[in-house]
Write a protein that binds this ligand. Structure first.
Ligand SMILES: Nc1ncnc2c1ncn2[C@@H]1O[C@H](COP(=O)(O)OP(=O)(O)OP(=O)(O)O)[C@@H](O)[C@H]1O
Ligand SMILES: [Mg+2]
Length: 263
């Protein structure tokens, strides 16, 4: 099958919370091989957009579309979307605090999750073999993310940055083709933030995993993005390369709270 140019694309997506217009006609396309970022002031609708495209929030379909590769995925269940290969982190990490790092990795949504009936047929020996394989796979991923040394620690004992890495690690267990990362370095010190980004770039360039990113850290956004979309009050107000976006007057105005004429 020929590869589509875009791994994810949306057209005209709206989401209202009562009177709050969180998304108003959002059209975005994530091109293969291009690290695409979504930026915008607080409350501009970035996380809502992730929630909608990954099925965590339902939206009024109308004439909107959400396409992953060639599939119409609008309003599908999150687990179905994840199985297709698109997975996301949450702004507030959702690891299991009282479980070890390794255990967290093993309860990540596996490809075989929900297929317990099959396992009942296959029997205990095969199940153990699969579990052994998963442990090995988890260790390789944890080492890659440089948190292998804390695999027996409780998740709650990790630093903020390590928690974010664990969340990414749990997604990698599912062998995704597209990672949606909601503020992967928020609250992380600059040294670790750069380390996390090195890993993210390696996933993209060496392992062929597409990356779509929400981030407030402008240093990393400008350094690593190929394409940037800017949201303000639920609308895409600009799109382009870091250079283009940086000098866009509407973008400056949205961030500074001024009218474009004054910016
Ligand atoms: N579940 C919800 N119920 C009601 N309103 C919501 C809900 N989720 C988001 N909103 C509102 O929708 C708007 C967009 O919020 P969203 O969290 O998507 O913004 P954001 O761009 O991710 O902001 P931040 O940068 O602070 O994370 C805000 O006005 C927010 O209060
Ligand atoms: Mg958010």
């Amino acid at each position: 099958m020929t590869k589509t140019k875009y791994v994810l694309s949306t057209e005209n997506v709206h989401k209202y919370f009562g009177g709050v217009k969180a998304l108003e006609g959002v059209t975005v396309a994530v091109e293969r091989g291009k690290l695409t970022s979504l930026i915008g002031p607080n409350g501009s609708g970035k996380s809502t957009f992730y929630n909608v495209v990954t099925g965590f929030l339902q939206f009024e379909k109308g004439d909107a579309s959400v396409t992953f590769k060639t599939d119409d995925i609008a309003n599908l269940e999150p687990s179905i979307i994840a199985r297709k290969g698109m997975v996301r982190t949450f702004q507030h990490t959702r690891n299991f605090p009282k479980m070890t790092v390794l255990e967290n990795m093993l309860v990540s949504p596996q490809k075989q999750a929900g297929e317990s009936v099959i396992w009942a047929f296959l029997g205990k020996r095969l199940w153990m073999k699969q579990e052994k394989y998963n442990i090995k796979k988890a260790q390789v991923i944890l080492n890659f993310l440089e948190i292998g040394q804390v695999s027996e620690h409780l998740a709650e004992e990790l630093s903020g940055g390590q928690q974010k890495l664990l969340a990414i690690g749990r997604l990698l267990m599912t062998q995704p083709s597209l990672l949606l990362l909601d503020e992967p370095v928020a609250g992380v010190n600059p040294t670790l933030a750069n380390k996390i980004f090195d890993r993210i770039i390696e996933l993209k360039d060496k392992k062929g995993i597409e990356v779509f990113l929400i981030e407030h850290n402008m240093d990393v956004i400008m350094a690593f993005s190929d394409e940037i979309y800017v949201l303000a009050e639920g609308k895409v107000i600009a799109q382009g390369t870091p250079e283009e976006v940086q000098k866009n007057r509407q973008v400056l105005a949205a961030y500074l709270g001024e009218s474009p004429e004054e910016a």
